[in-house]
Design a protein around this ligand. Structure first.
Ligand SMILES: NC(=O)c1ccc[n+]([C@@H]2O[C@H](COP(=O)([O-])OP(=O)(O)OC[C@H]3O[C@@H](n4cnc5c(N)ncnc54)[C@H](O)[C@@H]3O)[C@@H](O)[C@H]2O)c1
Length: 293
């Protein structure tokens, strides 16, 4: 039976989890936001406050609407607090072991008919579903970054996902005012299968000295009409997430063309994860971003 989603639980209050919370609450849904790190949870709620203030200053919503939206988002300090949710979306770090651990401890707290979804950028939905007690009520709901701005959401069915789960997820995305596409359960689905090898190639171009950070980004902005350069975009996505997606493509498709660039590995090892760490291919600690190479 299709289920109307009214209350959404979100696990992971990072850049994606906080954005998903904001769009769900804006669509009138109640949101329970969880993170294992209380500071990240606070930062996630502060990011929603920041996002809503920007909309108020642009005149998109007024103060009263902003307060009502914010009032629909409650912190959830444990998975037990997610019990009343109709749908729980996992948006934690892009690491298969982390996600599997979450699913194996989460399900006992949920109603048997609750839908469980993952916002993974690349990991097999079928494998993640196997870590739950409800593979037929499990689906990939892949939002794009920044969630409040981007129109697309990819829906990915695992081998066991029931039609009713897919239909409920599709109706949920429509309620958020977004457009969904269906992708089969292959490594990195559609958007990241195409986008991440392009970003990885831009990092190789930098690594081999073909061009500087600025030249590569300017070349792709002005020469290919991309709104953002690929290295700027990599920083925006998070270099740990980029590396993880490339590893999933490399291992999942067993093709050397997906080999993560060693320079990407080095940046991640240094903790230079992009905007969220204030340093990546650009240094964001000053008033304007400065290329790091
Ligand atoms: N960044 C992007 O552009 C983008 C786009 C689409 C999808 N995604 C996917 O969304 C997910 C989150 O990415 P992000 O960019 O928001 O990462 P992020 O690093 O900003 O946030 C991840 C959050 O997950 C929390 N977390 C980790 N383990 C947890 C656990 N066991 N329980 C609860 N919380 C936990 C961390 O504390 C952190 O706050 C990843 O799967 C990523 O691939 C990212």
């Amino acid at each position: 039976m299709d289920m109307e989603i009214k209350r959404v639980g979100i696990i992971g209050a990072g850049q994606m989890g906080s954005g998903i919370a904001q769009v769900c609450a804006t669509a009138g849904l109640d949101v329970l936001l969880n993170d294992r790190d209380p500071n990240r949870l606070e930062n996630g709620l502060a990011a929603v406050d920041g996002g809503l203030s920007r909309l108020v200053s642009k005149g998109t919503i007024d103060e009263t609407e902003s307060r009502a939206i914010r009032g629909r988002i409650k912190p959830a300090h444990s998975f037990a607090d997610l019990g009343p949710a109709d749908l729980v979306i996992e948006a934690a770090t892009e690491n298969e072991a982390t996600k599997r651990d979450i699913f194996s401890s989460l399900c006992a707290s949920l109603r048997p008919d609750a839908i469980v979804a993952t916002n993974t950028s690349s990991i097999s939905i079928t494998r993640l579903a196997a870590a739950t007690d409800r593979p037929e009520r499990f689906i990939g709901i892949h939002f794009m970054n920044p969630v409040p701005v981007m129109q697309l959401v990819e829906l990915i069915r695992g081998i066991a996902t029931e039609d009713s789960t897919y239909e409920s997820a599709k109706a949920f995305i429509a309620k958020l005012g977004k457009i969904s596409t269906m992708s089969e359960d292959f490594p990195a689905f559609i958007v990241n299968r195409i986008l991440l090898p392009m970003i990885n190639e831009a990092i190789y171009t930098l690594y081999e000295g073909v061009g500087s950070v600025e030249s590569i980004d300017t070349a792709m902005k002005l020469g290919a009409n991309h709104p953002m350069g690929p290295l700027q975009l990599a920083d925006f996505i998070g270099l740990d997430t980029c590396l993880s997606v490339m590893q999933v493509l490399y291992e999942g498709l067993a093709d050397s063309k997906y080999r993560p660039c060693p320079l990407l590995v080095k940046y991640v090892e240094a903790g230079w994860l992009g905007r969220k760490a204030k340093r990546g291919f650009y240094d964001y600690r000053g008033p304007t971003p400065i290329p790091t190479r």
